[in-house]
Design a protein around this ligand. Sequence first.
Ligand SMILES: C[S@@+](CC[C@H](N)C(=O)[O-])C[C@H]1O[C@@H](n2cnc3c(N)ncnc32)[C@H](O)[C@@H]1O
Length: 232
Amino acid sequence: MSRRAELQETLWRSDPHTALKHLIYRHYVNCWMGKILQKFPQATIVDAFAGPGAYVDGPDGSPVIFAKAYLEHSHMSRFRNLSIITAEVRPDRCDELSRRFAVLGTDKRLRIAPPLVGKFLDRFPDLLSAAHPNGSEAPVLWIVDPFAKEPPPMSVLRQCLTGPGLAVGRVARNPGRHVIPEGAGSGQGGWLSVLGCSRLAAGVCVCRWRGQGGAPGGGSRPGGRRAEDVRP
Ligand SMILES: C[S@@+](CC[C@H](N)C(=O)[O-])C[C@H]1O[C@@H](n2cnc3c(N)ncnc32)[C@H](O)[C@@H]1O
């Protein structure tokens, strides 16, 4: 079966890029959870292009990685509440993801919402309101990982950056050959203006902490308390 055909299946095979991306996710969320979930009473991860939660050759998909990162974290006993919110355009992948969530361990502090079926841009208002219930300004980690070489517009990603203590991560789709979103780069409207950081080289996750509730121990950069890069 061609790769193109394989990617049409509910589950597809992982590849080296997937393994690297997940290594970055694990590393990043382990640190993020260790800091954020001991400081704030509530935080949220939004995995906006969630996939089915597994690969046909065995590895977990990103939403399952995040849930397990919580449940298996060495500081989990001190963690407060985490919500995991997912969106996925394909109903079959949402069903598979629900099945994968159902067999995970549980903890009353970890709330995993049923996957939202639909296109990211169509479900964006629902994702935003689920991430900020009743206008909550709790920290939200957005994972924006589309398949298509049509990343969401910067104007939408910018809206993810409205709350304090919030980070946006995007991982290069193809290390060494990163697909840069429309308007990206260091110019006006690009990653630099959105994130305060333009490091989007191979396999690098970019984030920025903003506002009063920013990352613990944050510095005094203009417009945000701390910017940091995570390298594989
Ligand atoms: C790169 S895969 C996600 C992989 C997953 N994040 C992981 O690391 O295991 C992208 C997923 O986004 C879904 N997708 C594609 N276009 C979408 C859209 N406009 N809105 C929501 N999901 C979409 C695809 O069906 C696919 O499952």
